[in-house]
Design a protein around this ligand. Sequence first.
Ligand code: FES
Length: 168
Amino acid sequence: MSTAHAAGETHQPVFVGPTRAQLEALFPKYPTKQSVLLPALWLVQEARGWISEGALHEVAEVLGLTPAYVKGVVTFYTMYHTHPVGRHFIQVCTTSPCNICGAEEVTKAFLRHTGCGELGATSPDGRFTVIEVECLGACGFATPVLIDDDFVEGVTPERVAGILQGYK
Ligand code: FES
């Protein structure tokens, strides 16, 4: 059953079937229903690839939170997608220490080789989305890049094409 929400989007519920079971399995592991928010958002993203307004409202309802609170969390973390993204999500650290070591050129190389063209856009083949992020906690290994769940250190513009070959 679909539901309409304030934004007018028709939303197919995420928490049904196996995804509902995964959510239910989380509850005993957390002190309150509300504290399941981060993993619940992960479940949505795994199921749908991103977190729509409709999904955001569903999460709020299921956990007894306000949509505004859930939105605040979703938009705070770069790991949650508020719009559709490519199959592979690339996050390049461009904070000062990495920037001094050439992160900007690495970012440009990713944009060029993926065909994304600009930050936050998805490549025409649907494979990639590239964004810049703040410190990834590997300042001594510039430039660090997170591709999906893979952490790649010491990335240079020259390495970018080869790295991307591993992501179809
Ligand atoms: S500044 Fe880039 S990892 Fe810390």
